[in-house]
Write a protein that binds this ligand. Structure first.
Ligand SMILES: Nc1ncnc2c1ncn2[C@@H]1O[C@H](COP(=O)(O)OP(=O)(O)O)[C@@H](O)[C@H]1O
Ligand SMILES: [Mg+2]
Length: 253
């Protein structure tokens, strides 16, 4: 089996894309013994900083998007077994701007072409995306087998969801194998807003849902300050259990 590529996407920021990408990748690698490549596709570079790899001088995903390097030269090993990372830095902004200005059909397929080179080295590739849609996110959609959408339920939670579904449909025209694997609620807390929001999503057939939701836990915030995946920081907290369940489902469906 060759590498399965999953994009974690939401047009909104602060919904748990980065925390979910890191923890899904970590659990796949450490608990399920899968070989995992985590890709930071956000110029904010939160995933890269989490693993202490932020360096504006080092090779990063920008160099892949600029087609200046071999992907294998950009990949770094994290301190976790089976878990490698393609770091990002602020230069991704410029790289994406330059790519946007190019006028060819090929500019959406650069990440796909690069990842194909390492498809036998990994079982899973998890791409953490920036909020919104740009050429970098379109590259991720075209490079992916499937999409996972973390949703934080609040007043504006569903704004942009239709737009995101349209973007996925557009990407399917180029990447016919792409599917929406599922949405999952993050930062879930026991209140009416969350129960009703989840019920709305479960009823709405446009949005396939994971059964697992990720409960809100102060341990998650702590874990990011400690630069530790949740399982390492506090394996008994609610969010750790929920991410374990989410990954079980991810591997099944
Ligand atoms: N399950 C959770 N419980 C508590 N806080 C969370 C949880 N998931 C994410 N957070 C917090 O929410 C904030 C945004 O998460 P992040 O993953 O950076 O979102 P995004 O990448 O979508 O912008 C972070 O401060 C993070 O620590
Ligand atoms: Mg993020």
């Amino acid at each position: 089996m060759s590498m399965i590529v999953s994009s974690i996407i939401n047009l909104k920021g602060g919904v748990g894309k980065t925390i979910s990408s890191i923890n899904i990748a970590h659990i796949l690698a450490v608990i399920h013994n899968k070989r995992v490549l985590l890709v930071d596709n956000d110029s904010q570079s939160n995933t890269t900083r989490f693993f202490n790899f932020y360096d504006s001088e080092e090779l990063s995903i920008s160099d892949i998007m600029n087609e200046d390097v071999d992907i294998e030269d950009v990949i770094v090993s994290t301190r976790y077994n089976n878990l490698d990372l393609i770091p990002a830095n602020m230069s991704l902004l410029k790289a994406n701007e330059a790519l946007t200005r190019k006028n060819n059909d090929y500019k959406g397929k650069i990440l796909k072409k690069a990842l194909e080179k390492v498809k036998d080295k990994y079982d899973y590739c998890i791409i953490d995306n920036q909020p919104g849609i740009n050429i970098g996110v379109i590259n991720a959609l075209i490079a992916s087998n499937n999409v996972l959408i973390p949703i934080k339920i609040d007043k504006f939670a569903f704004d942009g969801m239709e737009e995101l579904i349209i973007q996925i449909e557009n990407a399917k025209k180029i990447n016919s194998g792409l599917s929406l694997k599922g949405c999952f609620v993050t930062q879930f807390s026991r209140n009416n807003v969350n129960y009703q929001g989840e019920e709305f999503l479960n009823r709405n057939t446009n949005y396939p849902m994971f059964k697992a939701h990720i409960r809100k836990s102060v341990k998650v915030d702590e874990s990011s300050f400690a630069n530790k995946p949740i399982l390492e920081h506090s394996k008994r907290c609610a969010a750790a259990k929920d991410y374990l369940e989410l990954v079980e489902e991810y591997l099944k469906v």
